[in-house]
Design a protein around this ligand. Structure first.
Ligand code: G3H
Ligand code: 13P
Ligand code: NA
Ligand code: ZN
Length: 328
């Protein structure tokens, strides 16, 4: 059944676990997430970016999700709009039947320019007013995702900005967060702590100076009842990089967010953990391996089945690591 983000995260907070929010773009990803969740008894957050909606077309995405809900009637599913750039995008998602939307007002509607605090408050509050009257939840974002190594914003996946930033912009301020939550009345707050989107997050295994779990703790102390969201939370497992390289792909040296850091953050208020890149890596590694090991095969079902299996294994692992087992 479809549930709101608020319902899901309230339960997660009461029971001290975190929920991975997986990005979906196609049928194999939806099936992988649902199968893994059903197997371990986890609740599901599926999220679609604007790019995902463009890729599938609205009706295909809507009906993929409907198929997931009907096929797995016992699994609670939150369908969430990822990174809504303006209130109109959020409105469109709500019209499509999404049970949760992110109004990302950390950047202006062009998705590139850093927004003022007042702009962010205004658009987020506007979406909350619209969404809450029909039981839809809202995630907002305060602070800018980006690297504390390069002091630049995050543009790897095509949106966002690579503008120079200060440490203050790259780390959400706890007092401002409290004001933001009070003024907007949002359901979940995405925070900046040094993570960024995509495969290239850190040039070394991150330590506290470039990935600030301390900042999570400070925000949670200030706002113990607010559900926190970590974006850019793929772990970029070295095994996937090795497999992709072994079968003809190219990757520079790179590191993601270690699972043990996410587990620590979950102890301090993080309830939604956004993961897209790890599924991309898992599927790409599996497809590359399959095609190299089976040079005569050409039925897409065969290599997509391998990709789906790899995605399923990743999802199951994260459900278990974040404490979702039996919570759905
Ligand atoms: O926000 C980032 C997510 O990984 C979605 O990426 O815009 O390429 O679908 P996308
Ligand atoms: P990753 O690129 O680390 O998977 O982050 C995904 C994300 O934050 C989607 O909003
Ligand atoms: Na990056
Ligand atoms: Zn994100």
């Amino acid at each position: 059944a479809i549930v709101s983000l608020r319902q899901l995260l309230d339960h997660a907070a009461e029971n001290g676990y975190g929920v991975p929010a997986f990005n979906v773009n196609n049928m194999e990803q939806v099936q992988a997430i649902m199968t893994a969740a059903q197997e371990v008894g986890a609740p599901v957050i599926m999220q679609a970016s604007a790019g995902a909606r463009r890729y599938t077309g609205e009706l295909f995405l809507k009906n993929l999700i409907q198929a997931a809900v009907e096929t797995y009637p016992d699994v609670p599913v939150c369908m969430h709009q990822d990174h809504g750039q303006n209130p109109a995008v959020c409105q469109g998602a709500i019209r499509m039947g999404f049970s949760s939307v992110m109004m990302d007002g950390s950047l202006q509607a062009d998705g590139k320019t850093i927004a003022s605090y007042d702009y962010n408050v205004n658009v987020t509050r506007q979406v909350v007013e619209m969404a809450h009257c029909i039981g839809v939840s809202v995630e907002g974002e305060l602070g800018c995702l980006g690297s504390l190594e390069t002091m630049k914003g995050d543009k790897e996946d095509g949106h966002g900005t690579d503008a120079k930033m200060t440490r203050d912009q790259l780390l959400t301020d706890p007092d401002q967060a409290a004001d933001f939550v009070e003024k907007t009345q949002l359901d979940a707050l995405a925070i900046a702590i040094g993570t960024s989107h995509g495969a290239y997050k850190f040039t070394r295994k991150p330590t506290g100076d470039i990935l600030s779990i301390d900042r999570v703790k400070e925000i949670h102390r200030r706002l113990p009842n607010t559900h926190l969201v970590m974006h850019g939370s793929s772990s970029v497992p070295q095994e996937y990089l090795a497999e992709i390289r072994e079968f003809g792909g190219q990757f520079r040296e790179t590191y993601g967010v270690p699972v043990e850091e996410i587990q620590e953050a979950i102890k301090h208020g993080v309830r939604k953990v956004n993961i897209d890149t790890d599924i991309r890596l898992a599927m790409t590694a599996a497809v590359r391996r399959f095609l190299v090991e089976n040079p005569t095969k050409f039925d897409p079902r065969e290599y997509l089945k391998a990709a789906r299996q790899a995605a399923y294994e990743l999802c199951k692992k994260r459900y278990l690591e974040f404490g979702c087992e039996g919570q759905g």
